[in-house]
Design a protein around this ligand. Structure first.
Ligand code: SF4
Length: 311
């Protein structure tokens, strides 16, 4: 394995490449990446880097986004099959039909969408800035929010805005539900609970926090929000509701603390398609390039740039 890492390190220097890794990547890839972060941070890094070659250790829509904002750079993904079940819940044609039913509405798309869907959108958001972006839209405007229904419900609660919400969900996060939450709450009464807004339990947690019981130690965060919270928290026990790859990074931030997944099964098989071997091959053979057709990239750039401006 060390040989593969040595080869990766040699090739990245030779080719002036930057390796970007999502928080859900395996630990070995997080450890050697130039930057590890959430979708928003990765997009910002892709926009800012001076490297000529970007190797994206994440899923396809993330590499597409990097290619759209850095059209003169070569963007690679080590496995073209690394997709996203949430992004697959809506395509451009379905969005055009939805828009026709709501003329004049503002379309707010989560970054977990294809380039074609972004090209039909007014704004892109990530879980870090979705609330701020929706707050910036004039109150009289109708909003079509897509594709995640749990994130949409979270944004509605936080902003007090009623939106039309697409009925999509991520197959990993939607399974993190109420049963896991109640069991873990009983087993770890003093832990801080960190919950991603894509999770199936996020809506009911919000409801419980506000209506049923004191949920002071329940926090709904993007993955980067979780990292920031742990850095400043005096607590040493955390229960984490999102894809389990984040635990590696959290442990590095606070090595003496205990981090438990709310669901051990919350593993995204698409994120885990990226391995040290295919990362090495990606650098070696400069495969697989992700390029978005110019006309789509042109239209998708505006909502992405709006997303990058509101942080
Ligand atoms: S965890 Fe869910 S939203 Fe994230 S890449 Fe995997 S399928 Fe998509």
């Amino acid at each position: 394995m060390n040989e593969v890492i040595e080869e990766i390190n040699r090739l990245r220097k030779e080719k002036n490449a930057v390796i970007l890794a999502h928080n859900y990547q395996i630990g070995e890839i997080q450890d050697l990446a130039d930057y590890v972060g959430d979708s928003l941070g990765l997009s910002q890094e892709a926009a800012a880097t001076e490297a000529e070659l970007i190797v994206f250790c994440g899923v396809h829509f993330m590499a597409e986004t990097a290619s759209i904002i850095s059209p003169n750079k070569k963007v690679l993904i080590p496995d073209l099959h690394a997709g996203c079940s949430l992004a697959s819940t809506i395509n451009a044609e379905q969005l055009r039909d939805w828009k026709q039913k709501h003329p004049g509405a503002v379309v707010v798309s989560y970054v977990n969408t294809t380039a074609e869907v972004k090209a039909e959108s007014d704004y892109c958001v990530t879980s870090s800035n979705a609330v701020k972006v929706v707050q910036s839209i004039p109150p009289e405007k109708k909003i079509l929010f897509l594709p995640d229904r749990f994130l949409g419900a979270y944004v509605e609660v936080k902003t007090g805005r009623q939106m039309e919400i697409w009925n999509g969900a991520c197959h990993v996060h939607e399974k993190i539900g109420d049963v896991n939450f109640s069991d873990a709450k009983a087993a770890h009464p003093n832990a801080e609970f960190l919950i991603h807004p894509e999770c199936g339990c996020s809506s009911s947690c919000m409801l419980k926090a506000e209506v049923y019981f004191d949920c002071k130690n329940v926090h709904i965060f993007s993955t980067e929000g979780m990292i920031d919270f742990v850095k400043q928290s005096p607590s040493n026990e955390f229960v984490v509701a999102t894809e389990t790859g984040i635990l590696h990074r959290l442990k590095k931030v606070k090595p003496d603390a205990s981090f438990l997944p709310l669901s051990e099964n919350a593993v995204c098989e698409y994120m885990k398609m990226i391995t040290l071997e295919n990362l090495r091959d990606s650098l070696l053979y400069e495969q697989y390039e992700v390029k978005v057709p110019d006309d789509i990239a042109e239209r998708a750039r505006t909502p992405i740039e709006r997303m990058l401006k509101i942080v």
